[in-house]
Design a protein around this ligand. Structure first.
Ligand code: TEU
Ligand code: CA
Length: 555
């Protein structure tokens, strides 16, 4: 197999609203990103992925796009964008845009026209259905609460929205919709962007007949029913042939509910579809056993389950497709709090341990802003501290309307799982507003910023930042890390995540203690040729100290 540039890459995700304000309005913007490029270059990442920066009413923080070819004025202008792209390239990095085409905003002109009548140019751009016995066409629940259908008087019909009512789903069956999407993609690629992260791209082909889901038919139940639909492979092949194959770019498809076999079909070298997918198995662990509560729970992840969620992807895709690797993004709570600990005594060790565990796997690693500082969850205790519609709607629906859970319990679930944990502004230094802005930020800073911030990390050789810098360097320098096959060790053992990688006669051994206890475990580490990386200054062989993580080479 010929190696591709994105197999050598580490990608850094920027949540533009919360990265860096440059014009004193408390909102991150494109010039702010330009200002921080040297920091990202120092970290050593190759590619930046920006969450949506297009014109939007921001019902879902930009995942509701009103104009795909206009920059949100809060973030800047198209001139600013051109400048940003040039600056990213000048710093030796590449840029991925977020392509959100399962749905648009209801403010997009396609939808504004579509909803007027059944016979306008855009009438079939969305998924419209007649009422059934005066009700919604099926029982599907939407991701952000309520029904997935909203009625529109003018047409006497319902439209489908898997997410919020302000996010109507596009009708991919309509060739004109697909052609419109290809045009948007060419618009950005012709500007020189280096690829796309594709939002919920495995939801674009809906199941034939839109059948009812089993009750409770909430989004957690609906999603696997809609995911990986009958025409998805055809649409992706068409996209590849029409657009992607004409450019040297990379793509990553966000694919909730997908399984390794699906991912091989999408990312296989002969499939001509996408380059990699974001799988969800490891971030959908420890959902609530009560299906009515879906993702809302606060139980910690169990290590054997985590191994079982990650390892099969490593072995199944090896030589057949390609993995993405991530702990964090703008939809997930902070990894150190979720998978390890944010107890101040261990937080730095734990963040490094998680970084090592993931970055030594096969695939393209993604680092989410603040992860390189080991940022923890924000630990809100009141509903009015949240901004995210998913969190706020879920509270009202589950507590106030359906009485499925009491208020304090739901607040504990939100504190563990809310997307807002990841969306607090980036803490740059100890100055007022953490150097993010010189006015009050759009969303409160994590109060721990006087201690956890980028300046402190850059000034401390033993920080999480330098550990990530090292992980990135090691990957760049090593074909064993990039391409080695994966061998899971100790699958049932609850304290330690361990695996080997093999490539051209060399072996890498990765051992991570996920607990705050000393554990003794023998993986033959005493016979290694060398210790490549550790989060402790010395080595005690088979004794693994709290959150200790070590990488050995055998040649
Ligand atoms: O996320 C889709 C997704 O499957 C979930 O992570 C979702 O956000 C939610 O957590 C369901 O419980 C993508 C985007 O990443 C997310 O920010 C958007 O809100 C969503 O699509 C809609 O565009
Ligand atoms: Ca700003």
């Amino acid at each position: 197999m010929t190696h591709k540039w994105w197999q050598n890459a580490v990608i850094y995700q920027i949540y533009p609203q919360s990265f860096q304000d440059s014009n004193h309005d408390g909102i991150g913007d494109l010039h702010g990103i330009i200002k921080r490029l040297p920091y990202l270059q120092k970290l050593g990442v190759d590619v930046l992925w920006l969450n949506p920066i297009y014109d939007s009413p921001l019902k879902d923080n930009g995942y509701d796009i009103a104009d795909y070819e206009k920059i949100l004025p809060d973030y800047g202008s198209m001139t600013d964008f051109n400048e940003l792209l040039k600056a990213i390239h000048a710093h030796g990095m590449k840029l991925l845009m977020d392509l959100v085409v399962n749905h648009t905003s209801d403010q997009h002109r396609w939808f504004q026209e579509s909803k007027q009548s059944k016979d306008n140019q855009y009438a079939d751009y969305y998924i419209w259905r007649d009422p059934v016995d005066g009700h919604e066409p099926n029982n599907w629940g939407a991701a952000f609460g309520g029904s997935a259908w909203t009625y529109v008087e003018e047409r006497g019909q319902y439209y489908l929205h898997l997410f919020a009512p302000g996010q109507p789903d596009l009708n991919w069956e309509n060739p004109a919709v697909r052609e419109s999407v290809w045009e948007i993609m060419r618009f950005w690629l012709d500007k020189g962007v280096d690829g796309f992260r594709m939002d919920v791209i495995n939801l674009i082909s809906k199941p034939v007949g839109l059948p009812d889901a089993p009750e409770p038919a909430n989004y957690a139940i609906v999603e696997p029913l809609v995911a990986d639909g009958p025409k998805l492979n055809d649409y992706l092949k068409e996209m590849n042939e029409e657009v992607l194959s004409h450019y040297d770019v990379m793509t990553v498809g966000e694919m909730p509910s997908s399984k390794p076999e699906d991912a091989i079909a999408y990312t296989g070298l002969d499939s001509h579809e996408l380059n990699m997918v974001f799988q969800f198995e490891h971030v959908q662990l420890s959902a609530n056993p009560d299906p009515q509560l879906g993702k809302w729970d606060d139980t910690p992840v169990k290590v054997p389950e985590l191994k079982q969620a990650l390892s099969p992807w490593q072995t199944a895709l090896d030589g057949k497709g390609w993995n993405s690797l991530y702990w964090n993004n703008h939809d997930q709570p902070r990894a150190v709090s979720r998978f390890a600990t944010d107890n101040p005594k261990y937080r730095v060790l734990a963040a490094k341990m998680l970084g090592t565990t993931l970055h030594m796997m096969q695939g393209t690693p993604f680092v989410y802003e603040g992860e390189e500082l080991g940022m923890p969850n924000v630990h809100y205790t009141r509903l009015d501290q949240y901004e995210d519609l998913e969190s706020i709607n879920a509270y009202h629906e589950l507590v106030d309307e359906n009485h499925l859970v009491d208020g304090p319990t739901m607040l504990s679930y939100l504190s563990a799982r809310s997307r807002d944990n990841a969306r607090t502004p980036m803490p740059w230094d100890t100055s007022t507003n953490a150097g993010f802005s010189d006015v009050k930020p759009w969303f409160a800073l994590n109060p721990d910023y006087p201690e956890i911030n980028a300046a402190a990390a850059v000034n401390d050789q033993s920080s999480v930042f330098y550990h990530y810098q090292k992980l990135i360097q090691l990957r760049h320098d090593s074909d064993l890390i990039k391409f080695g096959t994966y061998e899971e060790l100790d699958p049932k053992y609850a304290q330690v995540f361990a695996y080997r990688r093999h490539y051209q006669g060399k072996t890498l051994l990765v051992i991570s203690n996920f607990t705050d206890q000393n554990v003794v475990r023998d993986y033959d580490q005493d016979h290694a040729s060398k210790l490549l990386l550790s989060n402790y200054p010395d080595d005690e062989g088979t004794v693994l100290r709290p959150y200790e993580s070590k990488v050995y080479v055998f040649d």
